[in-house]
Design a protein around this ligand. Structure first.
Ligand code: BTN
Length: 251
């Protein structure tokens, strides 16, 4: 995959721009990056705060040659790339919260929004990554729950260097995913990086309803297995999974 960077000063959303470009036939590896987003999007229709130069706002077009059932593993693969970037480049100790959040010191530093779109060249997957560079501008709940590279590592990253490292890590996990045993390899890489893989007490929230349980590994497609109080395994394909502390001390 060859990386082609397209830089913008301001966009509504780099994912929206990447979807439009993919529909017009853009090649795999085209990356859209913006200094700010006026309508940055998160999962489940949420907003992604995207003030100018406070974060990396980036989307890459992929045209994966993998079985459709493994498409959800692309989000997991992207989170592995962000994890490795933060560990190797900034000596941080990240964690991956299923399915798409990269945390440092239990606060969110990065979120990933993967979206699929039909194009004349076949299905494209747009992987959008938001990575907080500076969190001093965040207010309210976000000030408590989010963090940034500057806050954790005391470094103001050079965005061009950051992008070239991130795209290198992304290329590498994407190559792994497309190997004959790639799905299994990606699950194994995720397993050693995420405290959410096994034995974590969590609350699952789906469409406003919640239940508690303990994580019990991943399904083949990256869905999370949760053991409930009654001992049944629930398979979580989508939704929010949050660590619960203090109460529920079973392991
Ligand atoms: C989430 O945690 O809910 C996912 C957040 C994804 C945010 C990124 S920023 C770049 C790209 N463009 C968007 O509009 N969203 C993603």
């Amino acid at each position: 995959m060859n990386i082609t960077l397209l830089k913008f000063d301001s966009l509504t959303s780099t994912n929206t721009e990447a979807i439009e470009q993919a529909k017009r036939g853009a090649d795999e590896g085209v990356c859209i990056v913006a200094r700010q987003q006026t309508a940055g999007r998160g999962r489940h229709g949420r907003n992604w705060v995207s003030s100018k130069d406070s974060g990396l706002y980036f989307s890459i077009i992929l045209r994966p040659k993998i079985e459709t059932r493994f498409l959800p593993l692309i989000t997991l693969a992207a989170s592995i790339a962000v994890f490795d970037l933060l560990e190797f480049q900034y000596q941080l100790k990240p964690d991956i919260k299923w399915s798409n959040d990269v945390l440092v010191n239990e606060r969110k530093m990065s979120g990933i929004l993967a979206e699929t779109t039909e194009t004349k060249k076949g299905l494209a997957v747009i992987v959008g990554i938001g990575l907080n560079l500076n969190s001093s501008n965040l207010s309210g709940d976000l000030a408590r729950t989010a963090t940034s590279i500057y806050e954790e590592a005391g470094i103001k990253p050079d965005v061009d260097e950051l992008l070239s490292s991130l795209t290198r890590f992304l290329k590498s996990v994407y190559e792994i995913l497309q190997r004959p045993n790639g799905a299994e390899e990606i699950r194994d890489h995720w397993k050693i990086r995420s405290s959410y893989f096994e034995g974590k007490n969590v609350r699952v929230t789906q469409q406003g309803k919640g239940f508690d349980g303990i994580t019990r590994g991943l399904e083949e497609n990256g869905a999370l297995r949760i053991e409930t109080d009654s001992g049944k395994i629930q398979i979580i394909q989508t939704g929010d999974v949050d660590s619960i502390r203090n109460n529920n001390l079973r392991t």
